[in-house]
Design a binder for this molecule. Sequence first.
Ligand SMILES: NC(=O)c1ccc[n+]([C@@H]2O[C@H](COP(=O)([O-])OP(=O)(O)OC[C@H]3O[C@@H](n4cnc5c(N)ncnc54)[C@H](O)[C@@H]3O)[C@@H](O)[C@H]2O)c1
Length: 375
Amino acid sequence: MKHILVTGGAGFIGSHTVDLLLAQGYQVRVLDLLQPRVHPHGWPSYLPEQVERIQGDVRDTDAMRRALEGIDGVVHLAAYQDYMPDFSTFFDVNTTSTALLFELIVRDRLPVERIVLASSQSVYGEGHYRCDQHGFFQPDFRSDDQLARGEWEILCPECVQVPASPVLISEDLVKPHTPYGISKYALEMTALNLGRKYGIGVTNMRYSIVQGPRNSFYNAYSGLARIFTLRLLHDQPPIVYEDGQQRRDYVHVLDVARANVLCLEHPQAVDRSFNVAGRKATTVLEAAQLLGAVCEKSSIEPQISGEYRFGDTRHTVSTGAALEQLGWESERDLETIYSDYVEWVRQQPNLSDFYANSQQAMRRAGILRHSAATE
Ligand SMILES: NC(=O)c1ccc[n+]([C@@H]2O[C@H](COP(=O)([O-])OP(=O)(O)OC[C@H]3O[C@@H](n4cnc5c(N)ncnc54)[C@H](O)[C@@H]3O)[C@@H](O)[C@H]2O)c1
């Protein structure tokens, strides 16, 4: 393979993947809509000159056809990701575009050999749990009633009152519950089945929370590091939802780019879905404190607001063991992730508090809610 198309290649994960592909000698074309919320100033300056650029929508047949000309491999990253209740757009952008990709390849007999697609940890919904008495289960999402009472933990459905323990999420069992997560799982199924049927090597990448330089400030989709850092640099405390004990895993964008390129090339990556996981579980409160230290604002204590975002998961931590079998490793720890990110943030001109805008937008949409714990 020589010519690679990266959809969403002007974005955060896309642009780092582009850099790595170029470094490995590939010729790279990017198809990107330049979604105004992510790129208010057009093509980002970090995208190298030698990249061929097409501004267009992955839902647009003509744009996709032009983008696929002479292409051997595709990294399909363009997506709609948000907390807003415009449900149909998730499927429209994430799933339909995937079907269109295969439609054009099959119909026009294009010689595309491999496709790597961005899925997400969100295909696991609330994740995987174990109850001491009743064993393994996959919970439903927490009800609004439960959250409004400030009862954050996942309860075993049999014991009802007893909090269960989260276990590391491996690839075998999914249970998405958000339109975003469902659209991603539908994307996975579309790609795996059409790939198998038409002899195209497909790999779905279930990224955990990806962080690092170039994560757009303008994106209302709440990257935790972005919001916390912006507040800390404005001498405001990071606002932590629920009780701050939610566990997550965070992965450096450079490690994600390596995973994408590895899976584009590796014969054993074909016809599979992989977690792209961080090194360890970290609570949101620990993450906020670590960011405070990295920003040299340790004196500013995170504020636990008792608010919650309806639809957020409690504990979601993936294992990257399957991808490690192919030689990948999450090389960078959370401290490195944050130092790289904060160093980049400090270089950005005209930092203003975008946080307030995204929070207001979520309040308006009824996603950010108060619990009894705040009253
Ligand atoms: N960042 C994370 O933590 C994370 C976690 C899990 C999965 N993902 C997935 O990884 C992929 C890349 O995410 P990212 O964090 O780099 O986001 P991003 O917003 O930085 O990049 C997405 C890019 O896609 C472009 N785009 C959006 N809609 C488009 C459309 N209809 N047609 C063409 N281009 C379009 C945007 O302009 C943007 O450049 C997405 O599929 C996302 O769902 C990201």
